[in-house]
Write a protein that binds this ligand. Structure first.
Ligand SMILES: [Zn+2]
Length: 200
């Protein structure tokens, strides 16, 4: 068997990860192949643990361990039920939590609407959002979305659907349109964007 074939297959798997191109994928695969000891078992064990133990919270979409659903953030009695922060990606929740500037609840859309394709991947999570708001506790929906065309379409759709509800809809105020605004913001910028949020 050509030894490059399994390495290329592993490299192709690594290349599917965010931020890993073809060349880095190959370097990672070669590093695994030259394992001086310990790396491969650690990698296998860590992958298995993530696969078996980590899942998504059925309520907010954030990461949780399999036997805790809803997650710790949803169950925390010290958080404000009247504020609901809507993000595109669970990763954004980590960043907002790190900024320490928000004590409400979260709802991850796990995607966004695509104006070109009509409907995007976020539709079931959007319906879950409207059901949560319909439960009556939420007074303000804070849209912590990015600043591209699809995020704007998602924000407009949420605003339209919530107009009748009487719930205040606000959006984070970023100075400069930056695309992936949340992921590229530091804690201070995020805290400012939260404080300066504007009514949609
Ligand atoms: Zn949750």
């Amino acid at each position: 068997m050509n030894p490059l074939a399994p390495i290329n297959r592993l490299a192709a798997v690594f290349s599917k990860l965010p931020g890993v191109g073809k060349r880095s994928g190959l370097r990672m695969a070669l590093r695994v192949a030259r394992d001086p000891g310990g790396l491969v078992p650690d990698l296998v064990a860590a992958l298995r643990e993530v696969q078996e133990q980590v899942g998504a919270c059925s309520r907010c979409g954030y990461l949780t361990v399999r036997d805790q659903d809803p997650c710790a953030l949803c169950e925390d009695p010290g958080r404000d039920d009247t504020l609901l922060c809507v993000v595109e990606d669970p990763q954004d929740i980590i960043l907002i939590e790190e900024s320490g500037s928000f004590r409400g609840r979260y709802h991850a859309l796990l995607g966004k609407l695509s104006p070109r394709k009509g409907e995007g991947l976020a539709k079931p999570r959007l319906e879950a959002l409207f059901r949560r708001v319909g439960e009556g506790k939420v007074r303000e929906v804070i849209l912590a979305l990015n600043t591209d065309v699809e995020s704007d379409a998602t924000a407009a759709y949420i605003h339209e659907r919530l107009t009748e509800s009487g719930v205040r809809v606000t959006r984070l105020a970023f100075g400069i349109p930056a695309g992936s605004a949340i992921a590229y913001s530091d804690s201070v910028t995020l805290a400012r964007a939260l404080q300066g949020r504007q009514v949609v």
